[in-house]
Design a protein around this ligand. Structure first.
Ligand code: SF4
Ligand code: FE
Length: 483
């Protein structure tokens, strides 16, 4: 099976019987839960779109491993063209879901682990790359969704992993056996873990020689014994349980994050990709973060497209579309959104070949891309709220709109232009509310700030990659300053 249908994907997740906890109880069937289902639908979109002829070129690609047609989300990038298509695919998925579609973390982890394991093996004669190739082929053949898990809870940020008061605050190896290792710890903010078949764990920071047990990378199935997830709450999440599509704003799609606990999980030897080679932890982190920072130049732009469209509709529906300040705000939103896209494309076009043969983005430009993402969506959201007006947060519920007694008053007094019904007007305002204040704001705003590393993490990389010395030399040459 090279490509799964969306329906097959949902079935495959249902069959995993994952251990997911939310609101103090274990969820019986997460695929039918009203809070979780929209996030599953977002991942499903990555399967459905891959089977649509018009998106075939972006969503699918020939595997470099098997030569078969695969979903691009499981691909190892073979060229800068692949890197560019990745960003375009993510913009498309953002446009179609207006949410985080989650599957990118696995793709980014694949590409970072692919090149890093190759370099570790060359230095130590280990067989991590071979292990990874086997897992990669399995993922491609079965069209799997894989969660890339990096962020440890981290405890006291001032202390290295091995110095923490509780040694489990960074995920670590607690037992070494002839047939594998046992790991304990947690990964926080795990996007899409409950919609994934496998989890690929990586270290979260560069490590020192004392942190050997913490320099570990591996995969296990998400239904592995002693692995469980606790779903994070999102603003307005319980609206999804009320049964009103209008009140939710985006009833079909969403994103979800969870705290994932590894309470002594066994990992067989052939699923291990790093085990104690501490000096490679930093490389793995830097590469994964770089790829994921590139990703944001696609996915957030797609959601931005929806938000800009919703803002233009909101203005049209209340008769303000022709006002010059509205037009100007839409131009500003477009300018900011396309600037994000530009840096996503730029870091891809400037990518280069790694020793292992796959392609990596230009790290400076990828970090600039993500740094922009920590800011521009907030400004785009501010302008969207400006255009939407206060009704976005003061509109009555759908139940009131449909009530035989008060409904007609709402219809009458919340009307905009005569061509559009009040319900249509409210639909678009609720969508803007969803993206800028509701559940989708997690993906569009807070994730833009902290996902793929908080702003300071990019600034450190920008300072490392910025090459100020070379720029000083340039200035000296122009100003005729001798050494
Ligand atoms: Fe993909 Fe964007 Fe979600 Fe990351 S935040 S998983 S890049 S959609
Ligand atoms: Fe993310």
């Amino acid at each position: 099976m090279a490509l799964m249908t969306g329906a097959e994907y949902i079935e495959s997740i249902r069959n995993l019987n994952l251990q997911i906890y939310m609101f103090g109880r274990k969820i019986d069937d997460p695929t039918e839960d009203p809070i979780l289902r929209p996030s599953l639908n977002s991942v499903r979109a990555t399967y459905d779109l891959a089977l649509m002829p018009e998106y075939e070129d972006l969503m699918t690609v020939t595997s470099s491993v098997t030569g078969k047609k695969i979903n691009r989300f499981t691909h190892i990038h073979q060229s800068t063209d692949d890197l560019i298509k990745k960003v375009k695919m993510q913009r498309l998925c953002g446009q179609k879901t207006a949410a985080c579609f989650q599957r990118c973390v696995g793709m980014d982890a694949f590409n970072a682990v692919y090149s890093t394991t190759y370099e570790i093996d060359r230095k130590y004669g280990t067989s991590y790359h071979e292990n990874f190739l086997k897992f990669l082929e399995y993922s491609q053949e079965n069209d799997l969704t894989v969660d890339g898990a990096m962020t440890d809870p981290k405890g006291d940020r001032n202390l290295a992993p091995s110095r923490q008061a509780d040694p489990d605050l960074y995920l670590r190896v607690v037992e070494r056996r002839p047939d594998g290792i046992v790991v304990r710890g947690a990964k926080a903010h795990q996007t899409g873990i409950c919609n994934s078949h496998e989890v690929l764990v990586m270290p979260t920071i560069a490590m020192g020689p004392d942190d050997k047990d913490y320099a570990v990378s591996f995969t296990v199935p998400t239904n592995a014994e002693n692995l469980f997830m606790v779903i994070g709450r999102q603003s307005c999440d319980t609206r999804k349980t009320e049964g009103s599509a209008l009140d939710v704003g985006n009833c079909e799609f969403g994103g979800v994050e969870a705290l994932v606990i590894f309470d002594n999980v066994f990992v067989p030897n052939d699923r291990i990709f790093l085990n104690g080679e501490t000096e490679f932890a930093g490389m793995l982190v830097e590469r994964f973060a770089g790829y994921h920072r590139q990703s944001y130049g696609g996915c957030k732009v797609g959601v931005g497209d929806v938000l800009i469209g919703a803002s233009a509709l909101a203005a049209e529906y209340n008769g303000a579309a022709k006002a010059s300040h509205i037009k100007d705000k839409l131009i500003e939103m477009t300018h900011l959104n396309e600037t994000l896209y530009s840096s996503g494309i730029a870091c891809s076009a400037e990518g280069s070949k790694t020793e292992s043969g796959n392609y990596i983005i230009d790290l400076l430009l990828a970090n600039v891309c993500k740094q922009n993402v920590t800011r521009f969506p907030y400004e785009i959201a501010r302008l969207a709220q400006d255009i939407a007006g206060g009704l976005m947060v003061t509109a009555p519920s759908e139940k009131d709109l449909k009530d035989p007694k008060i409904g007609p008053y709402i219809e009458k007094y919340l009307a905009g232009t005569a061509e559009v019904s009040t319900e249509t007007r409210l639909k678009v305002l609720r969508l803007i509310e969803n993206i800028t204040l509701g559940t989708a704001a997690v993906g569009y705003l807070t994730e833009s700030m902290h996902g793929a590393g908080s702003p300071q993490a990019q600034r450190i990389m920008i300072s490392r990659q910025g090459n100020i010395e070379q720029k000083k030399d340039l200035a000296k040459a122009i100003a005729k300053i001798d050494k």
